[in-house]
Design a protein around this ligand. Structure first.
Ligand code: 5GP
Ligand code: ZN
Length: 303
């Protein structure tokens, strides 16, 4: 069966023509229409309604996190090309003058800036770990989280955004609790996406979580099946991952010094949904006219 669109360019033209996205001068940076955001908010509420851990705290994160915490995630070792750092100006009046002079001359004014104490967030759950208790309770720590993340993606494919939101269900605890969390979420995630008329296939992901060294261990990761992606066909060109189910083993437990009752580094798992991508997948599956979507899908999304 062929995908709704032949190529990413066709999908991009269609969503721009329909006014769902408004392009900026930079690939991967779009404004969203009010209707698109309404659908996305409905999706967010619908995903939240699938929660099984009713006591898990729900947290909405800002798009930035402390630089020191970010470094603990090791993301910069795995995906340096996707990272976004924030620069700020802390100079004197004289330095400000020099900055304006460079700007006027068309020179590099950013040389007058310096790295801030924050960076742009690369994954929703990264903001969580430093706020968890160092001693993870026997029943595990769970959280339902949402936040904007940044990835320095490029290209005209509208499903490759530089700034997008992730909605995640996270657990930190023993290896059994973490794996149980991930593995119980996979059929639930499949069911909720299918209930919205999407037909994702579940694939073992090939990108390593951690470190350049990890990249060489890709085969090991596939073997261990640490990360599964829920992939839909929006275009004939390539599948689009709209959600992922991740088992990070003890990586964040080690780097954030989180331990379980037995004194071992805690293990972590998260079920992550990309809100913009899933919303785009819904438009691709049901058409760009929201009024013509199946009634049950619109009811589930409340729009
Ligand atoms: P992961 O952490 O597994 O790479 O990403 C989690 C989810 O975020 C993905 O399944 C996808 O839905 C979303 N995502 C990842 N990269 C992008 C991107 O470049 N653009 C958009 N819109 N969503 C993305
Ligand atoms: Zn996560």
């Amino acid at each position: 069966m062929s995908a709704p669109y032949a190529a990413p360019d066709d999908f991009r033209t269609a969503v721009l023509d329909a006014g769902l996205l408004v392009a900026s001068a930079v690939d991967g940076v779009y404004q969203l229409s009010g209707e698109f955001e309404d659908v996305l908010q409905g999706l967010q509420r619908h995903l939240g309604s699938q929660r099984v851990d009713h006591d898990a705290p729900r947290r909405w994160f800002p798009p930035v996190l402390p630089r020191a915490e970010f470094l603990r995630t090791d993301y910069v070792a795995s995906f340096p090309d996707l990272v976004g750092s924030v620069d700020v100006f802390r100079g004197s009046d004289a330095e400000h003058k020099a900055l304006l002079g460079d700007l006027e001359q068309g020179c590099d004014w950013t040389q007058h800036l310096e790295p801030a104490e924050i960076v742009l967030s690369s994954a929703g759950c990264h903001s969580l770990y430093a706020t968890l208790p160092a001693q993870i309770p026997d029943e595990a720590s769970r959280a339902e989280i949402c936040g904007f993340v940044f990835r320095h993606e490029s290209g005209p494919d509208p499903t490759r955004l530089q700034s997008f939101r992730m909605y995640e269900f996270v657990l930190v605890g023993t290896p059994e609790q973490a794996l149980g969390h991930r593995d119980s979420w996979m059929p639930r995630a499949l069911a909720v996406l299918e209930g919205l008329g999407l037909r994702p296939r579940v694939e073992v992901a090939h990108d390593p979580f951690f470190g350049r060294a990890g990249r060489m261990l890709v085969a090991g990761q596939v073997e261990a099946a640490l990360k599964y992606e829920f992939v839909v066909d929006i275009t004939d060109a390539t599948g689009t991952a709209i959600a992922s189910a991740n088992y990070q083993q003890d990586h964040f437990g080690r780097t954030f010094s989180l331990t379980t009752g037995d004194g071992q580094p805690a293990h972590g798992a998260c079920m992550a949904f990309g809100l913009e991508r899933t919303t785009l997948a819904l438009y691709a599956a049901h058409g760009l006219d929201l009024a013509a979507w199946p009634a049950d899908v619109r009811a589930a999304l409340g729009c």
